[in-house]
Design a protein around this ligand. Structure first.
Ligand code: SER
Length: 901
């Protein structure tokens, strides 16, 4: 039975039993704690936890799942995939254990004609959680399973959670016995390769907290209702129903193996286990990579990007180890698309992008491997030359550290070169490096978070932020810090640690209207002034940073008077500054929304910065934006500005916000209650703590400047907003007007006019070069005629007019030498080049060389006179100096030199 049929039968079975079919969620559901979706239930978590009301009591899905903790098992066991499809049925407070067992059992054992999978009931086993007598009873009743085919297992095997806080519960798993050729008797307890798990029924009834492993976490309490979450491994069912040995040989994965087998010199299933593992790694990882890229991940050095990079590199390396010596990523991706496309149409529609990203990583990694291979060859050669047979640990380490060579690749290449590798030395260096990295990280952490001086204030409580409602606030000084040290008072002109002016003076206030830099918005500027007896105290606020996320440290310059701890002061944000800042930040949301409208949801935010009048926005994207895309983004953003959308901000729960589709940053830890900024309803909805305009029209014009790359797979757009946008446009308009007036054409004819001028200029330059060379040739011909003779050698030593290139000079020298015939002759030409450079060339014919004259000696004489250097061969040499003033002296020096020899 083909995989597509297995999926279809599953969904049909459960739809018939009253379940709503729900499509697979993306593998990167927006949960910062979960790298990838690893089970069908992930998209339903809020329903299980009772945070949201499920729109249906029963659901069924086939979910794309990624599990990479077992990546090293791939290809070695018969059943581990990094990507797999989990078919599931879910009950939200509806049926429970009995319903789940009945529904699973009937699908598995109903005959194929009857819409089932037709498994032999005699070969099925079940496991239950230790004390789950109820489940045992149901298995006996419903399925007629004898007690000897039901095993009790502990928490690690039969108590399911996502591995992070969330819903959990005891489970019951169904296993299929593949027969004694796969291992010993004794049920799943004894051997999980012979008894292969095909379906897990979770009786989801509790909520778990933090923990350290599968069987060590706290149970926080019962869920509001008893639920069912089941997961059937589609690949494993396919493996069994297709009668193949392992999950890599099923109809959707095998084509990749066949493709590689047609390319690689060593085949699949030819008795070499290590080779077979490599084939399976390629097949498994290619699929996973295509799916992950499809859902918007690009290769990178951390998080999901790193997982993807690792998968792609493992593919490339495995192919190399199989002897494939050319790029194959494009063919792999095409094969995955053809096999998986019918179930995952996005692999077809997005193929161009998926393929481009995978191939780009292959190209980059191959380049690295190529430079590493060169290093390897050198190291292998010198090892052999010294009579040794062991490649040093430090060579292996450099290959790993600098070139990304996994040690097994080095081992393999060494073996091919007849060498072994000092693996122990290699491991020692790796351990040393890890130790250093750890120490570095610890040191960095200390440097950055030396908060001990602030501790007392941090403990005393947070600064209250008043800046959403007012720009001027009366506040009390809780503490004063000069260069990180707490002081009771700071006054104008007071010296700091490092000299006359303190590097950093900070005021900690109990309340403040100042926005502290965060979420890409830079801090407000303004003033702090004293009151009462300290009324003369005045400081400019240059920056505001949060300490331990709760205390606002105002970095100030004291302009007059003094500030004393405990004083009451007035903190006032510069209203113009704030107005600009709100334009910048709201403008960022507009550009973000416009970008996603134009580029699609894969343009995921990677960072941003905004300040009055200006913003920049970084996002994940491969390749440059076209001019059309840039313009479209600008148009969409400006249309939304003109629409004069009201800007609403409100607080809500994180789940509610996500349910509304609010955009959040991956990897960011958000509190349970979050602030949402909404501009134009669905147009822009983001989790954001920044300050914003009240109406989008206040942002003013948005001008998207260029777009650029900031590292692999990340692009940046920059834009001006408000008056700065207008000023930018006005400046461009003035520039254009200036051009139009000097070119004496209307402004819309400027481009054509400039193009025409450039063409004419090029033609004129070409003509000029031609004339110059012709003139030089004529001059050279004259020179040949008037050659002087020094000591029986004919000499042409001449200054050429400016503008001649070194290349032309060389060809002229050849011309003149030719004209001088076969008697001993020397030609030395020196030109006044552009920008003060002085190129020179010397040619010496054979007869003169026979007399001991050498061009490479003579250029040195020239060079010495014009602050230059030169070199070449006995017949022709050239060089270049600086300063045309030395030319006459240079020519005289050459005559003198010839007179001497
Ligand atoms: N969540 C369970 C699992 O992943 C059943 O779907 O095994």
């Amino acid at each position: 039975m083909q995989t597509h049929e297995i999926r279809k039968r599953f969904l049909d079975h459960f739809v018939k039993a009253g379940h709503t079919e729900v499509p697979s969620a993306s593998v990167i559901l927006d949960d910062p704690n979960l790298l990838f979706v690893n089970a069908g239930m992930v998209q339903f978590v809020p329903y299980f936890l009772g945070q949201r009301t499920p729109p249906y009591p029963r659901a069924t899905s086939v979910q794309k799942c990624i599990r990479t903790p077992d990546i090293d098992e791939v290809g070695i066991t018969t059943r581990h995939n990094t990507f797999f499809q989990m078919a599931g049925n879910f009950s939200f407070g509806d049926y429970f254990k009995k319903g789940a067992i009945e529904l699973a059992w009937s699908l598995l054992t109903n005959s194929v004609d009857d819409g089932g999978y037709g498994f032999d009931p005699e070969k099925l086993w079940a496991t239950v959680y230790l004390d789950d007598d109820e489940a045992i009873e149901i298995w006996q009743q419903v399925a007629g399973l004898p007690l000897e085919r039901i095993q009790r297992r502990g928490m690690a095997d039969n108590y399911w959670s996502m591995g992070i806080p969330g819903p959990c519960g005891p489970c019951s798993e169904i296993y299929f016995d593949r027969g004694p050729e796969y291992g010993v008797d004794g049920g799943p307890e004894a051997n999980e390769d012979r008894y292969i798990e095909i379906w897990n029924l979770v009786f989801m009834q509790n909520e778990r907290g933090e923990g350290t492993s599968k069987d060590d976490f706290e149970i926080l309490g019962p869920l509001p209702r008893k639920n069912i979450d089941t997961g059937m491994g589609v690949e494993r069912i396919a493996c069994l129903l297709q009668g193949v040995d392992n999950v890599y040989e099923t109809d959707l994965v095998r084509p990749v193996i066949d493709l590689v087998a047609a390319i690689a010199p060593r085949g699949y299933g030819e008795g070499n286990h290590e080779d077979d593992v490599r084939y399976r790694i390629i097949a498994d990882h290619s699929r996973t990579a295509a799916i992950i890229i499809g859902d918007g991940v690009t290769p990178g050095n951390e998080g999901r990007g790193y997982v993807l990079r690792r998968l792609l590199r493992r593919i490339i390396r495995s192919a190399k180890l199989l002897g494939v010596d050319r790029p194959i990523m494009g063919e792999l991706m095409t094969t995955v698309r053809d096999a998986m496309g019918p179930s995952y149409p996005e692999l077809v529609t997005d193929f161009e992008r998926i393929n481009r990203i995978a191939v780009a990583e292959e190209t980059a990694f191959n380049r690295t491997l190529a430079s590493g291979s060169k290093l390897f060859d050198d190291a292998a050669q010198s090892t052999k030359a010294s009579g040794a047979t062991v490649l040093s640990g430090s060579d292996a380490f450099t290959l790993h550290d600098t070139y990304g060579f996994p040690i097994d690749l080095t081992l393999e290449m060494a073996a091919e070169a007849g060498l072994s590798v000092d693996e122990e030395g290699f491991r020692g260096l790796m351990a040393e490096q890890r130790r250093r990295a750890k120490a570095d990280a610890a040191a960095r952490k200390q440097a950055h978070t030396d908060l001990s001086a602030y501790r007392e204030l941090v403990d005393a409580g947070p600064t209250e932020f008043t800046g959403f409602d007012e720009l001027t606030t009366e506040a009390r000084i809780l503490g004063i810090f000069v260069d990180g040290k707490r002081v009771p008072v700071v006054s104008h002109g007071q010296a700091g640690d490092s000299g006359t002016v303190p590097d950093r003076v900070e005021l900690i206030l109990d309340r403040t209207p100042f926005y502290a830099e965060s979420g890409g918005q830079i801090a407000d500027e303004g003033t702090v002034t004293g009151t009462g007896a300290s009324a003369t105290a005045k400081a400019a606020v240059n920056d505001v940073q949060k300490i331990a996320k709760t205390l606002w440290a105002h970095r100030i310059t004291v302009e007059s008077g003094e500030f004393v701890e405990g004083d009451t002061v007035v903190a006032a944000v510069d209203p113009n500054w704030r107005h600009g800042a709100t334009q910048g930040h709201s403008g960022t949301h507009m550009v973000h929304a416009a970008l996603r409208q134009v580029l699609g949801p894969n343009a995921v935010q990677a960072g941003s910065l905004n300040r009055p009048g200006y913003l920049r926005f970084d996002f994940n994207w491969q390749g440059a934006l076209s001019e059309d895309q840039r313009r479209d983004i600008e148009v969409v953003a400006n249309e939304a500005v003109i629409a004069a959308f009201e800007v609403n901000t409100f607080n809500t729960s994180l789940d509610q916000a996500k349910a509304m589709g609010a955009m959040a940053l991956f990897g960011e830890a958000y509190p349970d209650e979050v602030r949402v900024v909404e501009i134009g309803g669905p147009f822009s909805l983001e989790l954001c703590g920044g300050t914003h305009v009240q109406n989008s029209a206040q942002i003013g014009p948005v001008t998207v400047l260029g777009e650029s790359s900031v590292g692999s797979g990340v692009r940046r757009v920059e834009a001006y907003v408000g008056l700065d946008s207008f000023k930018h446009l006005a400046k461009e308009r003035a520039l254009l007007a200036g051009l139009a007036s000097s070119l004496k054409v209307p402004s819309d004819e400027v481009p054509a006019r400039v193009e025409n001028l450039v063409d004419r200029l090029r033609a004129a330059e070409k003509e000029l070069d031609r004339l110059r060379l012709a003139g030089a040739r004529a001059a050279a011909a004259n020179a040949a005629a008037g050659a002087e003779e020094i000591g029986g050698v004919r000499l042409v030593a001449q200054r050429m007019a400016g503008g001649i290139s070194a290349g032309d000079l060389r060809s002229l020298v050849g011309d003149v030498r030719g004209k001088l015939g076969s008697d001993p002759a020397v030609v030395a030409l020196i030109a006044e080049g552009d920008d003060d450079s002085v190129p020179f060339v010397v040619a010496v014919n054979q007869a003169a060389q026979d007399r001991g004259l050498r061009a490479n000696d003579l250029v040195k004489v020239l060079g010495a006179a014009v602050n230059g250097r030169g070199g070449g061969k006995a017949d022709l040499a050239q060089g270049s100096g600086k300063g045309a003033a030395g030319i006459d002296a240079a020519l005289a020096a050459i005559r003198a030199e010839m007179g001497r020899s």
